[in-house]
Write a protein that binds this ligand. Structure first.
Ligand SMILES: [Zn+2]
Length: 315
């Protein structure tokens, strides 16, 4: 597969024999530990467990994600919101909606989560695939966050690419069980970006936004219903001819998930991942993989499902 790179200097075609790295690099930010009260719903430990599980595979390289430059956030977010989050003067009401207590560690982890997606985006354009073991914070809006999401890493990355004209069009395939409402609203009316979200109709966010393509599932929907909907909608993503696909690969549609309300199996999620990667590969579209939700208890089922996504990406 040839890799097309669009830049200020035009389109270059590069071949994986030259560019393909020995292994896929994954960016992580679990080195920034955020202090949380006991019993908090955010599954902090899954990020480290996922990195350890993938490290045992021996086919990935790992790099601590650099902190995103605060200037890079500006096209997607309100400057006051950015400033007040960074300096800790953000209103408590806004932090309650995000769901984390403010701390300097949270600021560093949040910037690293965005930084990982930005680096993974660059890798995807060079090598065909890039991965962040964080990010996918799709409930973040222009001037507020929600549901453990402060800044919208995918929207930030896409704005950066469009501004530098590195791509003409981008698509977001959001398969987290919760609707990608922040991403949908941030790109509403933007003809260069297509957003697809498959999600539980009765789940958070209860006030849905409008993605380019939305699929709402009833509670208890399983593999057959889910995969049929994906098969129906993915061709519309590829028909859009995106220069890059951002795959928000949440695994909270898994049956064992405490928050998901759907009933997908591990095999169903593996098939889902294959469909996304196969489609991108056939068309030579670079793909950026980010994490998303996953709240099984014990957390091992979630970690296994996330690991399978990165394995499928590397394959
Ligand atoms: Zn979710």
């Amino acid at each position: 597969m040839a890799v097309r790179i669009q830049s200020e200097w035009g389109t270059q075609v590069l071949f994986p024999a030259i560019l393909k790295p020995a292994s896929v690099k994954l960016y992580y930010c679990d080195n920034h530990v955020i202090p949380l009260p006991a019993g908090h719903k955010f599954p902090s430990e899954k990020y480290r467990l996922l990195r350890e599980l993938l490290a045992a595979d021996g086919r990935f390289e790992f790099e601590a994600a650099p902190l995103a430059d605060p200037d890079s956030l500006a096209p997607a977010h309100d400057s006051e919101y950015i400033r007040r989050f960074l300096d800790g003067t953000i209103e408590p009401r806004l932090m309650r909606r995000i769901g984390f207590p403010w701390s300097p560690e949270l600021v560093r982890r949040t910037l690293a989560s965005v930084g990982g997606t930005l680096r993974a985006t660059n890798d995807a354009l060079l090598f065909g695939v890039g991965g962040n073991l964080a990010g996918g914070t799709h409930h973040a809006f222009r001037s507020e966050g929600a549901g453990f999401c402060v800044f919208n890493d995918i929207a930030i990355a896409i704005h950066g690419l469009l501004a530098k004209r590195r791509i003409a069009r981008a698509a977001v395939v959001d398969l987290d069980v919760h609707q990608g409402d922040g991403t949908a609203l941030l790109f509403a009316g933007e003809p260069a970006v297509l957003t697809l979200s498959l999600h539980g109709g009765n789940n958070f966010p209860f006030r849905k936004q409008r993605s380019s393509i939305d699929v709402d599932f009833p509670d208890g929907a399983g593999d057959a219903e889910y995969l049929a909907a994906l098969e129906r909608t993915l061709p519309r993503v590829f028909d859009f001819a995106p220069g890059i696909v951002f795959y928000q690969a949440g695994v909270d549609a898994l049956q064992s998930d405490r928050l998901g309300r759907l009933a997908l199996t591990q095999a169903g999620l593996r098939r889902r991942d294959e469909m996304v990667f196969q489609g991108c590969k056939e068309r030579g579209i670079p793909v950026v993989v980010t994490l998303g939700g996953g709240y099984s208890q014990p957390i091992a089922a979630t970690v296994e499902a996330h690991a399978n996504t990165y394995r499928a990406a590397a394959h």
